[in-house]
Design a protein around this ligand. Structure first.
Ligand code: CO
Length: 219
């Protein structure tokens, strides 16, 4: 029997080396596998909890909240805040508003400058329905006159664009138009005063309850 000098046979010594080698490789494999699991775990919890990771995403809701809070603190709606931010006095003398087939204007507020001597409002009907079915016009009155004028307009009929004839309460009124059409009305600002309470609306029967908004005159 040959001897390795360590009390083993030569073959058993080589066998032992091979077994140790296999165990080392196996252990290393398990370590890498386990390490990856830990890495993935750390990655997940880091992106969730680490303050510097995904910083933009984490900040976005905070900014949105502070803007809304600022608007609420001023007692202004988001629409008014937008209008004020984007307001250019000279540009405000020419207003464009859209009406559609779903009984909607695209604006809830229109803001003009008191420096406008004349104001032109262009109404675009972006729908496809005809004027006798889904007609829209643009009428402006003091808010106090809005309901009575809208009601009187219904009685005035299509021939009068659903606007009471020779009614001093009407500050401005466009023709009634159908889908794909456009019309405009130009009126003097003499009947307007800064800070006044004005309402624009569509006087087509039944539309004024939804198709309306506030018309703001700024200093
Ligand atoms: Co209408």
């Amino acid at each position: 029997m040959s001897d390795s000098g360590l009390g083993f046979s030569h073959n058993r010594f080589i066998g032992l080396i091979v077994v140790i080698g296999v165990l080392v490789l196996l252990f290393e494999g398990i370590s890498i596998f386990g390490g990856n699991i830990i890495k993935a775990q750390v990655e997940r919890s880091t992106s969730k909890n680490h303050p510097n990771k995904n910083i933009e995403k984490r900040l976005q809701p905070a900014i949105a909240l502070s803007q809304k809070e600022a608007a609420n603190n001023d007692g202004l709606s988001d629409d008014v805040v937008d209008a004020v931010v984007n307001f250019v006095a000279a540009d405000s003398c020419n207003q464009v508003i859209e009406g559609n087939d779903m009984l909607q204007f695209n604006l809830k507020e229109m803001v003009v400058s008191s420096s406008c001597s004349e104001i032109t409002v262009t109404l675009q009907h972006t729908g496809a329905m005809p004027a006798n079915v889904m007609g829209h016009n643009w009428v402006l009155t003091n808010t106090a006159d809005f309901m009575p004028v809208a009601t009187a307009g219904g009685g005035a009929g299509m021939a009068n664009n659903y606007v009471p004839v020779n009614d001093a309460r009407v500050i401005a009124a466009s023709d009634v138009i159908g889908g794909g059409a456009e019309t405009s009305v130009t009126f003097s600002s003499d009947l307007l005063s800064a800070g006044g309470d004005y309402t624009f609306f569509c006087s087509f029967p039944g539309h004024y309850a939804i198709m309306k908004g506030s018309f703001v005159v700024r200093d």
